[in-house]
Ligand binder design. Structure first.
Ligand SMILES: C[C@@]1(CC(=O)O)c2cc3[nH]c(cc4nc(cc5[nH]c(cc(n2)[C@H]1CCC(=O)O)[C@@](C)(CC(=O)O)[C@@H]5CCC(=O)O)C(CC(=O)O)=C4CCC(=O)O)c(CCC(=O)O)c3CC(=O)O
Ligand SMILES: NC(=O)C1=CN([C@@H]2O[C@H](COP(=O)(O)OP(=O)(O)OC[C@H]3O[C@@H](n4cnc5c(N)ncnc54)[C@H](O)[C@@H]3O)[C@@H](O)[C@H]2O)C=CC1
Length: 253
């Protein structure tokens, strides 16, 4: 279906930890959306007269509130000031879903109407995760199956080593941010880090040994010595870069 009012979707990553969300409907589609909202740390109210066994199994969780009733606009008022950040209309009744889209208007909530993307303010992509790495695929509603298929291909292409890799980059980036005061040197270093063949070390099993050597060497650089912090005379970043490129085992280069 052509999403007539979806000319140029704006992709964002949201922090939903502790945010209140609402799902109307209790079928497999509602269940799928509930699962992903809970993983994101949201507090979810689910309104429906019937539920899948999967939803009922999630009911005891402290951040799941189940209401056994058909949709009623009073849910907005009953909820008072604390508005729902996200609302998902996932009933199998297109008219009810449309009504929810209208009632949500002006509530400040973003809405996903599972059978009418043209009434939605957000839609969900297919997702592949490797720790901090999140790869999302969207076709803007053109073909959810195609989005899923492409995500599956990426799922195969990006292995678990990316999780280890990103954890290392996070750790090292923080360390460098805290210790290397010179902005240009910092940014140069972040770029250089990407050229190090760390994925190869991870695959070869030499990563842990390399990391130990790297961390040790990094802590011995002038940057890590408290007395030189903030001083104008900074050593060249290329020193750390040299350490980064030093391989351990796995043959020579
Ligand atoms: C617009 C959107 C709104 C939204 O839900 O956010 C939407 C709408 C609709 N989906 C329909 C059908 C199917 N959807 C899936 C699967 C997924 N659908 C998802 C997202 C989206 N689906 C949004 C657009 C995403 C995009 O294209 O970028 C995924 C990616 C994410 C998620 O749901 O979390 C998730 C894969 C998760 C994974 O990776 O596994 C499957 C396959 C399956 O279930 O296995 C089928 C059956 C096959 C088919 O139709 O292709 C129908 C027709 C209903 C009917 O005809 O009855 C509509 C309504 C319409 O098209 O009008
Ligand atoms: N966006 C997506 O990814 C997809 C969307 N769909 C659409 O999503 C709809 C829902 O799919 P399923 O979960 O498989 O349907 P389903 O028929 O299994 O479940 C519908 C649920 O909605 C509840 N419901 C019905 N009327 C209600 C009301 N007035 N108030 C509250 N709850 C109500 C029912 O009790 C039931 O729990 C489908 O009709 C289809 O159009 C289908 C496939 C994928």
């Amino acid at each position: 279906m052509e999403l007539t009012n979806w000319q140029y979707p704006y992709p964002i990553m949201m922090n939903l930890a502790g945010s209140k969300c609402l799902i109307i409907g209790g079928g497999p589609i509602a269940e799928r959306k509930l699962r992903s909202l809970l993983q994101a740390g949201a507090e979810v109210t689910v309104v429906s007269p019937t539920f899948t066994t999967g939803i009922l199994a999630m009911e005891p969780q402290p951040n799941v509130i189940v209401k056994r009733q058909t949709y009623d606009p009073s849910i907005w008022a009953a909820h008072g000031e604390a508005r729902f950040v996200l609302v998902i209309a996932a009933t199998n009744d297109a008219r009810v879903n449309r009504q929810i889209a209208m009632d949500a208007n002006g509530s400040g909530s973003l809405v996903n109407i599972v059978d009418q993307p043209e009434l939605s303010s957000f839609i969900l992509p297919s997702v592949v995760r490797r720790g901090k790495l999140v790869i999302t695929v969207s076709t803007g509603g053109a073909s959810p199956s195609a989005a899923r298929k492409i995500a599956k291909e990426l799922d195969n292409a990006y292995g678990d080593e990316y999780e280890i890799y990103l954890d290392f980059l996070t750790e090292t980036r923080l360390l460098i941010q805290n210790h290397v005061k010179d902005k240009e040197a910092r940014q140069q270093l972040f770029k250089e880090m990407l050229a190090w063949d760390l994925m190869r070390y991870i695959r070869e099993g030499t990563f842990e040994a390399w990391k130990q050597q790297f961390t040790l060497a990094l802590h011995h650089t002038v940057w890590m010595q408290p007395q030189v912090q903030g001083e104008s005379e900074l050593p060249s970043w290329s020193f750390i870069n040299e350490i980064g490129q030093q391989r351990i085992g796995g043959g020579d280069e």
